[in-house]
Design a protein around this ligand. Sequence first.
Ligand code: SAM
Ligand code: SF4
Length: 338
Amino acid sequence: MTDQTAPLIDPFQRAIDYLRVSVTDRCDFRCVYCMSENMTFLPKKELLTLEELDRMCSNFVRLGVKKLRITGGEPLVRRDILTFFQNMSRHLVSGDLRELTLTTNGSQLEKFAQPLYDVGVRRINVSMDTLDEAKFAEITRWGRLPQVMRGIDAAQNAGLRIKINAVALKGFNEDELFPMVEWCAERDMDLTFIEVMPMGDIGNENRLDQYWKLSDLRARLAEQYTLIDLAERTGGPARYVRLEETGQKIGFITPLTHNFCESCNRVRLTCTGELYMCLGQEDMADLRAPLRDFPEDDRALENAIRAAIALKPKGHDFDYSRQRVDGQVSRHMSHTGG
Ligand code: SAM
Ligand code: SF4
């Protein structure tokens, strides 16, 4: 008999209090490092309904999850997603959940920023790799920069704090390092750089061609700014510095040059109800079956969640160091949720 109040602790004594949830595999962009141009998306019936997502997330909250990040695909293109946010906000009101947040490409923010703020979202991540309109269209294939800019304006006007996520791409946004840092400083936004990860087939693009090491990026940043290391840890693979000259925070997500799996506090739920215990491993647990098989009783679901956490691996095996892509996982980031 399991103790129903016991928190989720994995075999390496890491407390799991952060759940990332992909609510859709669909997207209105086709970023070249994330998707191929012709993606086949899941049939609708495979997806968890919004009610099922609610039940799933609420169980995780009951088991000690304090932070919920909604992602995708593009979470804001899922029909009625605001209803889901509205319903989840009851856990903020009760104090069981500390933070409800999302990662978005910003395309729908103009419409959703204020309603998101109104249901208790306070901070969001917006992904943007370039400030150049033509390059933006090239990297996202289908995205348009002015639309995202309007979304960012709307979010800031609504009172949402923004962190910009930029994938560091060799030969693509290297020359925009300083303009992006300055733009974020002017708008009082934090900025995090991400190393490109080997996830999913992306058509003709080559990962090694895209890979810009963040240790190089950081060294270049240090030529113009004084970098102060911050002790702040979010339990993920990000490390932060403060730029003395501007006061802004810059993050580096470096799963490849370093990994920080020993302090990992998170698991990821896909839009079909698979729980991935590690972004970089293929192992997953199906939570949709216990959810659907027992619509009135959460015990089977809870047991499945606990059994999955007990299998959380020590870390990932991504590695580009041998000049080839090792440790690649077959699914796309949009499936697991970045
Ligand atoms: N559509 C939303 C967005 O773009 O913010 C949320 C989902 S997206 C998969 C989440 C994050 O994953 C984005 O910041 C994106 O840049 C990043 N991402 C996607 N594919 C990646 C890859 N292969 N390597 C590193 N980051 C990736
Ligand atoms: Fe869509 Fe985000 Fe993937 Fe770009 S990174 S294709 S916006 S899911």
